[in-house]
Design a protein around this ligand. Structure first.
Ligand SMILES: [Zn+2]
Length: 104
């Protein structure tokens, strides 16, 4: 598991729900603030449209293995080249991301 995934998981587990809830009288405003905190934890700043994709990438990181001109394959996530690899692997041997094709 990457450091980023571990850090996000730790921040989610330690999120102070009771503390943040006690600061609000309007439950909808509290939920809104929790969403902003979640966007911060997921690293998307205030880009709500990117939140679900960022969470999906943390849960199930994916990559593409692209055939290299010099032979083998290259990972487009960690940019590692595997010159002796003849068949596309199911997972990147370097970063561990699941190899997908197209826009999966
Ligand atoms: Zn990789």
């Amino acid at each position: 598991m990457s450091d980023e995934r571990r850090d996000v998981a730790e921040r989610l587990r330690e999120y102070p729900f009771e503390l943040t809830r006690s600061c609000h009288t309007d439950p909808l405003k509290w939920v809104g603030d929790v969403m902003y905190d979640l966007m911060d934890i997921a690293g998307v700043c205030e880009d709500f449209d990117s939140l679900f994709g960022a969470l999906a990438d943390l849960i199930d990181p994916t990559c593409h293995m692209c055939p290299a001109h010099a032979g083998g394959f290259g990972c487009d996530r960690c940019f590692t080249w595997f010159p002796d690899t003849e068949t596309k692997p199911s997972f990147c041997p370097s970063c561990g991301a699941r190899v997908v094709t197209g826009d999966e």
